[in-house]
Design a protein around this ligand. Structure first.
Ligand SMILES: NC(=O)C1=CN([C@@H]2O[C@H](COP(=O)(O)OP(=O)(O)OC[C@H]3O[C@@H](n4cnc5c(N)ncnc54)[C@H](OP(=O)(O)O)[C@@H]3O)[C@@H](O)[C@H]2O)C=CC1
Ligand SMILES: CC(=O)N[C@@H](CCC(=O)OP(=O)(O)O)C(=O)O
Length: 321
């Protein structure tokens, strides 16, 4: 049987390069590569997009939308890493762990939207709690997050790593302060919240890695809820999942945990934590992952494998497995 053909449009960018690196030793699919001199040549991109069984778009939003309009072959399927289609009609959200049915929906979809980095952790933490009735969809949610600078793509990488006047000042930059970051609609929809969370991201001077923080005032919930119940709902939802680990519950007084956002770099893993201070009736949910792993390129390879029915032990050994 012919091997499925995969074309990465934007293969020289931050996300594209990491997908290529993850696919380079695969023998079960054929990578269609564009001549580097022609990587922005529309006619050549169009030819490859239509030759592919799956086109992975690693382009900025407007270019992704335009790439979809270049498809003439009805058999080419699309996996879009940009934020252009994540809440769009006709697209399946590429978070396989969202519900038990999601892998099958991804397997059958023609158009799959790869999740945004920040929303990956936020949705993973909140969705099981809303589904279990522990968090009402109307509960006020705030999310703070910190990202490595590769999350901003080539331009931010160059600005953070640049020298002299080209170097961006400061090692920690809070942003999204207009409270309208582009990931908010995606978080709201797939976490099943009725109102958008307050989302305040920050980027710091390390290349890769991410932490999402969601503080919860448990006393403000309509019914008494403990950290153990939140933890149990997460553990139950993700039992047996290859890439999501629910870490042991951390209750105040046990020890003084510290989280390094870079600890999962190079993997497709996502770790979920529940910290609790029962006396104060407070909990803190935290997700840790590689923004370019489960937050982008690792997730894209996971989705690609599901789309093509290639998941299994014969495929790529994910580091950290
Ligand atoms: N970085 C991350 O952590 C994440 C990124 N994403 C999303 O993935 C997508 C890609 O982002 P990222 O990899 O970070 O961005 P980059 O800027 O690093 O990469 C984008 C690539 O697209 C290329 N490009 C620009 N114009 C064209 C064109 N006309 N035709 C073909 N290629 C073109 C760029 O080339 P050149 O540099 O020469 O202009 C670059 O290689 C974005 O939508 C982003 O939002 C999603 C999740 C996480
Ligand atoms: C540090 C940084 O700038 N991060 C990016 C998000 C990266 C990401 O998830 O990309 P999408 O654009 O595909 O959603 C930002 O906040 O816009």
């Amino acid at each position: 049987m012919a091997k499925p053909k995969v074309f990465i449009d934007g293969e020289a960018g931050t996300t594209g390069l990491q997908i290529r690196a993850r696919l380079k030793n695969r023998t079960d699919l054929e990578l269609l590569s564009i001549d580097p001199a022609r990587r922005k040549d529309e006619a050549e991109r169009k030819r490859l997009l239509n030759e592919a069984d799956v086109a992975i778009l690693c382009l900025h939003d407007e270019l992704s939308k335009a790439a979809v309009t270049m498809l003439e072959n009805p058999h080419t399927r699309v996996l879009d890493a940009s934020s252009a289609h994540r809440v769009a009609e006709g697209w399946v959200y590429g978070f396989p762990e969202l519900t038990p049915e999601q892998p099958q929906r991804i397997r059958e979809a023609r158009f799959v939207a790869n999740p945004g980095c920040y929303p990956t952790g936020v949705i993973a933490l909140l969705r099981p709690l809303v589904d279990a009735g522990l968090l009402p969809p109307t509960f006020p949610i705030s999310v703070h997050a910190i990202s490595g600078y590769s999350g901003g793509g080539r331009q931010l990488i160059e600005a953070m790593e640049g020298r002299g006047e080209h170097r961006l000042a400061g090692d920690y930059r809070a942003y999204g302060l207009e409270l309208a970051h582009k990931h908010i609609p995606e978080m709201t929809l797939y976490a099943r919240l009725e109102r958008p969370p307050i989302f305040t991201p920050a980027v710091a001077r390390f290349r890769q890695g991410m932490l999402d923080f969601i503080p919860l005032h448990l006393w403000a919930l309509p019914k008494k809820t403990t950290g153990a119940e939140l933890h149990e709902a997460l553990a139950e939802r993700y039992a047996g999942q290859r890439f999501i680990r629910v870490m042991p519950l951390e209750t105040y007084g046990a020890h003084h945990p510290v989280l390094d956002p870079q600890a999962l770099n190079g993997t497709n893993l996502l770790e979920l934590f529940v910290f609790e201070n029962p006396k104060q009736e407070q909990a803190l949910l935290v997700a840790r992952f590689d923004n370019l792993g489960k937050g982008a390129s690792g997730a894209a390879v996971q989705n690609l494998d599901i789309m093509l029915g290639l998941e299994g032990p014969h495929t790529y050994e994910y580091p950290g497995d």
